[in-house]
Design a protein around this ligand. Structure first.
Ligand code: HEM
Length: 197
């Protein structure tokens, strides 16, 4: 039986959802082929137990996995922000600001911005509890070769992200959740000890 996700559900914990951001062993469900590994249990899927989310079909090992996965999606910050179209629009607008910001634009001079926008969409989608895990670089590795990168730069990026969400008229309580998630990446992005303040 196939189910379709159409409705929004009660609040989930944004930071708990951040646990979703880990290079995952399971199939991301991104291709048109059905994933072979259950995103909940890690077991082989039963191709009859599926769910369509944002036009993509995901398969699960058991009914209980599908129920759990569906609840996680419905309560996610990703879903509340408006899903893929909303995240995509936010990231596009965010990089317009970043590339116009004299404090930080030099970091992106030699970067392929089409790829960067795509990666950021995928990273933030996963961080906000979207359907697909982040399979790119961890944040320490991704920012390890940016000479001089410091907290001032991090704060400038965070400021641009926040202003983007304000411009898009995202509810303040959702912006606060996004900013908490962004802040949780700070020590990794700056390659500082995990517990640095
Ligand atoms: C909330 C904080 C940040 C997040 C979530 C974030 C996220 C990301 C992601 C997902 C990537 C791509 C990783 C990959 O290739 O797999 C990336 C790369 C990059 N980020 Fe960030 N970033 C943050 C802060 C910053 C800051 C503060 C700067 C500089 C001002 C910066 C500059 C860059 C650059 C230049 C790259 C490309 C590196 C390369 O391709 O060699 N990021 N970031």
């Amino acid at each position: 039986m196939k189910l379709s996700l159409t409705s929004f559900a009660p609040l989930g914990l944004a930071l708990a959802l951040f646990a979703h951001v880990a290079p995952a062993a399971e199939s991301s469900g991104k291709s048109s082929e059905l994933n072979k590994v259950c995103p909940v249990s890690g077991k082989p899927v039963n191709p009859k137990i599926t769910l369509v989310y944002e036009g993509q079909t995901y398969a699960f090992a058991e009914d209980a996995c599908r129920t759990k996965w569906k609840a996680a999606r419905e309560s996610s910050l990703y879903h509340k922000l408006g899903g893929k179209p909303a995240i995509d629009a936010a990231v596009e607008a965010f990089y317009v600001k970043v590339l116009a910001d004299k404090r930080i634009k030099h970091f992106f001079e030699d970067i392929n911005m089409n790829k960067q926008r795509q990666k950021q969409k995928e990273f933030l989608s996963a961080a906000f509890g979207g359907p697909n895990p982040w399979t790119g670089k961890d944040m320490r590795k991704a920012h390890a070769n940016l000479p001089g990168l410091n907290e001032t730069h991090f704060n400038a990026v965070a400021e641009n992200l926040q202003q983007t969400l304000v411009d898009l008229k995202i509810k303040p309580e959702l912006i606060a959740q996004v900013m908490a998630i962004a802040a949780s990446t700070k020590n990794d992005v700056l390659n500082r000890p995990k517990d640095a303040k």
